[in-house]
Design a protein around this ligand. Structure first.
Ligand SMILES: *Cc1c(COP(=O)(O)O)cnc(C)c1O
Length: 490
C-alpha cells in the first residue's frame, strides 16, 4: 500500500494519454513497420507498467519520455527476429534450450531443397499415384535398427502418447515406480497415461523393482509392460530395475496362458512390452564405456515389441519421435488418427531421411553428424579449437582487458542422455580485468543479434570449444567479447 495516497493519486493523474505517447517521435518512426493496433497495444502496456510501478510505491514520478521509450522498445521488439542462430560455447552438446541437435550439412541441404520446390512427399514415382509420407524413412530406420517396421511422428512425447492410446487405452499398463519420470516441462509419464486413457499400475519402489513385482501386478486387463528410460536422472546405490529380457519372459508367459484360455475363435488381449527409450542411440558410442546408452537395436533384441525414441537427441537429427517394432503393431499405429494429427512435415522428413542415410556408413555418420562428432571427440581433438579461440580473443581485445587461459574442463551430453558422463574437454577461461564475468555473460546472451552462450565458473567466463562449430563461430565469439570490453570501457 503506498504510504502517501494523495501523492500517488497525483502521480497517476500525471500518466500520459495513449494518444499522446503515440505522437512521440520514436513511435512515429515505427509507422508503416508495425500495425497500428500493435503500436497502440505497446503504448498501453508501457503506460500500464508505469501505473503498476506508481501503485507499487515507486519513488519516481511518471516520465513521459521514459514511457515513450518503453513503448517504442515494446513495439520494435515485434520487428526483430526472435528465432535466431546462437553460438553455443556452453559445452552442452544436445542443449534442449538451444535447439538440441545441429543438423548435418547434408540434412540442412535436403531441407532447403525440399523447402524451395515441390517434392515427392506423398507421390509414388513408380505407380505415378498417391504415395505415403511414411515411406521415406521407414526402410532406412528398419535397416539401421533391425526392426520390421517403423513410423516417425512429431516428437517422442507424441510417439509415447500414440502407443499408449493405441495399445493400452481402456486397459492397464504396468510401470515401475522407479521409472515414473518427468522429462522436462510438462512431459510426465503419469499424466501421459491419464491423457491416453490407460490405467497405470505402479509397481515396486522408488529405488528397487523386481520381476515378481510385475508378475503380481499382471492381470487379465494388463495390455502393456512399459519401461521408461530414466533419461536425465540416475538412481545410484541400492537400486534394481528389471531388464527388458525378463519383461519379455513375463509377457510371453501371460500371452501363452491367455491364448490357452481364450474360447475357440476368441481373441485374447495381447500383452506388449514397450520401451520409451528417449535418447535413441543408433550407434553405440564405445567411448562412453559403462555409461553407454542402450541402442534401439539392443532393446529390440532383448525382446521389446515396441521401442520409441527422439530424432534430435543422440540420433542427431531433427525433432521427431520414432516408433519401431513388428509390422502388425506399426500398421495399427499408422491407422490411428493420432498419427495424422502428429505427422511430420516435409522439411522434417527431409532432414530425418538425410540424417538416417548418413548412418548407412557409421564412420561417415560420426564424422558428419555434429551431435555424434561432438560426443565422440577426445579432449585432445578439441584442444586445437580451444587454442584457436584463445588466440582469436587475444587478437580482438585490447591489452590488459582480460586474462586468458586454455583449461581442462568437462562437457555434457545434455538432452537427457548420459547424465553421469563427464566428457573431458578444453575451454577458454576468460578472467576480466575490465568489467566482470556476470555482466559479460548477460551482454553476450542478451544484447547481441547472435547470442553467445558460455558459462560462469568462479568469477570467470568459460567458453567450451567442444560445442563451437567452426572458425566463423570462433570469430563471432572474439567479436562479441571485443564489443563487451569496448562498452565497459566507454
Ligand atoms: C526426451 C524424452 C521424451 C520426450 O521426447 P521428445 O522428443 O522431447 O518429445 C520422452 N521420454 C523419454 C524417456 C525421454 O528421454
Amino acid at each position: 500500500m503506498p504510504r502517501n495516497p494523495e501523492r500517488t493519486r497525483e502521480r497517476l493523474r500525471s500518466l500520459p494519454q495513449v494518444e499522446e505517447v503515440l505522437h512521440a517521435p520514436c513511435m512515429r518512426a515505427l509507422e508503416g513497420r508495425v500495425p497500428r493496433h500493435a503500436a497502440v497495444q505497446a503504448v498501453r502496456d508501457a503506460v500500464d507498467a508505469a501505473r503498476a510501478s506508481i501503485l507499487a510505491g515507486s519513488a519516481r514520478p511518471a516520465d513521459p519520455d521514459v514511457i515513450a521509450h518503453d513503448a517504442c522498445s515494446r513495439a520494435f521488439a515485434l520487428t526483430r527476429r526472435s528465432l535466431r542462430r546462437v553460438v553455443n560455447a556452453s559445452g552442452v552438446i544436445i542443449h534442449t534450450n538451444l535447439g538440441r541437435s545441429v543438423l548435418a550439412p547434408e540434412a540442412a541441404r535436403a531441407v532447403a531443397e525440399v523447402a524451395r520446390g515441390y517434392s515427392t512427399l506423398e507421390y509414388d514415382t513408380d505407380s505415378m499415384a498417391r504415395g505415403s509420407r511414411h515411406a521415406h524413412c521407414e526402410k532406412l530406420i528398419c535397416a539401421l535398427t533391425g526392426a520390421e517396421a517403423a513410423i516417425a511422428v512429431n516428437n517422442n512425447a507424441a510417439a509415447v502418447m500414440m502407443v499408449l492410446s493405441e495399445f493400452a487405452a481402456g486397459h492397464s499398463a504396468v510401470v515401475s515406480r522407479g521409472e515414473l519420470v518427468e522429462i522436462g516441462g510438462s512431459f510426465r509419464i503419469p499424466d501421459i497415461m491419464a491423457l491416453s486413457n490407460a490405467a497405470m499400475a505402479e509397481v515396486g519402489t522408488t529405488n528397487k523393482t523386481h520381476a515378481r513385482d510385475y508378475a503380481l501386478a499382471i492381470d487379465d486387463d494388463t495390455a502393456m509392460l512399459l519401461k521408461v528410460h530414466p533419461s536425465n536422472y540416475r538412481l545410484i546405490g541400492f537400486t534394481e530395475s528389471v531388464p527388458l529380457s525378463e519383461l519379455r519372459a513375463l509377457a510371453d508367459a501371460a500371452n501363452a496362458a491367455r491364448r490357452a484360455g481364450a474360447d475357440a475363435g476368441g481373441q485374447a488381449l495381447e500383452m506388449l512390452v514397450y520401451e520409451d527409450q528417449g535418447s535413441g542411440a543408433f550407434a553405440s558410442l564405445e567411448c562412453f564405456g559403462d555409461y553407454a546408452e542402450p541402442t534401439v537395436a539392443e532393446s529390440l533384441r532383448q525382446g521389446a515389441d515396441l521401442v520409441s525414441f527422439s530424432g534430435d537427441k543422440l540420433l542427431g537429427g531433427p525433432q521427431a519421435g520414432i516408433v519401431v517394432g513388428a509390422k502388425r503393431h506399426i500398421d495399427r499405429l499408422k491407422a490411428n488418427p493420432l498419427a495424422r494429427a502428429m505427422r511430420l512435415d516435409k522439411l522434417t522428413l527431409a532432414a530425418l531421411e538425410a540424417t538416417l542415410r548418413l548412418y548407412l556408413d557409421k564412420e561417415r555418420a560420426v564424422r558428419e553428424i555434429p551431435t555424434l562428432r561432438m560426443l565422440s571427440e577426445t579432449a585432445e581433438d578439441v584442444r586445437p579449437r580451444a587454442v584457436a579461440l584463445e588466440q582469436a580473443i587475444a587478437a580482438a581485445l585490447p591489452e590488459g582487458a582480460v586474462r586468458l587461459e586454455v583449461v581442462p574442463e568437462v562437457s555434457r551430453a545434455g538432452g537427457g542422455a548420459l547424465p553421469m558422463c563427464d566428457i573431458p574437454t578444453y575451454a577458454v577461461r576468460v578472467e576480466f580485468l575490465r568489467g566482470d564475468a556476470l555482466s559479460c555473460e548477460r551482454y553476450l546472451a542478451g544484447e547481441r543479434d547472435v547470442p553467445v552462450i558460455g558459462r560462469i565458473r568462479k568469477d570467470a567466463l568459460l567458453l567450451d570449444a567442444r560445442t563451437v562449430l567452426d572458425a566463423d563461430e570462433t570469430s563471432e565469439i572474439a567479436r562479441a567479447l571485443a564489443e563487451y570490453v569496448e562498452r565497459t570501457h566507454a
